[in-house]
Design a protein around this ligand. Structure first.
Ligand SMILES: Nc1ncnc2c1ncn2[C@@H]1O[C@H](COP(=O)(O)OP(=O)(O)OP(=O)(O)O)[C@@H](O)[C@H]1O
Ligand SMILES: [Mg+2]
Length: 292
């Protein structure tokens, strides 16, 4: 089922800046969609349009069939948003913040507390539950902000750079939580990030945006085939380490045979598809070339 759609979605700010230029998107339920693009590409603008914080200048978008520009409150009831500037209360404890936001969404006190404690535990904040938010570190605050976005059990979760301030262990925790939400509850995730390795670990689909335009969208394999034909073979032989491009895995045995036949020794061979990072830069590069 398609749960998020954008059709020719366009945003021109009052300044005249065209932040989004007729973008089209379609996301299925339970997908973890990585929305990738350089600074200023239009990612946050898209999140704001999809949550009714901004209205489109042209085109349209919908979340579970709801138009966020017309009835933002209906979208807010089923969506959770984590941004850098999540509003929470510094003078309340972590637990009290979560319970407060639970009550805002009409969740009863007991249920709010149960959910709050569950997320505090999963995000390793249980020890800090009675500490005031004002005393939280940046990474703790980011994790609490994720718990806050989940307290009303949203069907779709928007994450705008959720792990930018997190240490590797906390980022792993957040990753695992996001994956399990998608797997166990069918929660759809819209993840904006520049951290490509992190995205590659958890995303099931990707969209690449640059200067307000979508460059490509699809699975890793689909994006791969837009810019690369074959795969890379990492080979270490008598002459040292090198990367060799081949069309398919089938070429590997004959490649090794040629080296051995000519008296070389092969110590290591591994064929791999290009990483998301390589695909990302190749796509950006390709766009720049065609623009010139
Ligand atoms: N309120 C605004 N008024 C005018 N221009 C804006 C406004 N907000 C954003 N922009 C511009 O729109 C473009 C897209 O900004 P946006 O914040 O959506 O990018 P982003 O992809 O989220 O970038 P980042 O990775 O840095 O967060 C940028 O050129 C930005 O300067
Ligand atoms: Mg942004």
């Amino acid at each position: 089922m398609e749960v998020l759609a954008a059709k020719n979605l366009t945003k021109v700010y009052q300044s005249g800046k065209k932040a989004l230029n007729h973008i089209n998107l379609s996301i299925e339920e339970g997908e973890i969609f990585g929305f990738l693009g350089p600074n200023g590409a239009g990612k946050t603008t898209a999140v704001k349009l999809l949550n009714g914080i901004l209205k489109p200048s042209d085109g349209s978008c919908s979340i579970f069939g709801i138009n966020p520009g017309e009835t933002p409150e209906k979208v807010h009831a089923i969506s959770g948003v984590v941004t850098e500037h999540a509003q929470m209360y510094n003078n309340l404890t972590g637990l009290a913040n979560l319970m407060f936001f639970g009550s805002v969404f009409g969740t009863g006190e007991e249920e709010s507390k149960r959910r709050a404690l569950e997320y505090l535990e999963r995000l390793e904040l249980l020890e800090a539950k009675d500490q005031k938010l004002g005393e939280y570190s940046t990474g703790m605050r980011q994790r609490l902000s994720l718990a806050r976005a989940l307290i009303h059990q949203p069907k779709i979760l928007f994450l705008d750079e959720p792990t930018s301030g997190l240490d590797p262990e906390s980022a792993l925790n957040v990753n695992n939580l996001i994956k399990s939400l998608s797997r166990e509850k069918g929660t759809t995730v819209f993840l904006c990030t520049h951290q490509l390795r992190y995205a590659e670990e958890i995303c099931t689909k990707y969209g690449l945006i640059s200067e307000g335009s979508m460059l490509a969208a699809g699975s890793l394999d689909e994006l791969h085939s837009v810019v690369f034909k074959g795969m890379t073979v990492l080979l270490r032989d008598t002459d040292g380490e090198k990367n060799i491009e081949v069309e398919s895995e089938e070429e590997v045995p004959s490649l090794v045979k040629r080296i051995v036949d000519s008296g070389g020794r092969v110590y290591h061979v591994s064929a791999h598809k290009h990483s998301l990072e390589e695909i990302y830069f190749a796509l950006l590069e390709k766009t720049k070339r065609t623009a010139v």
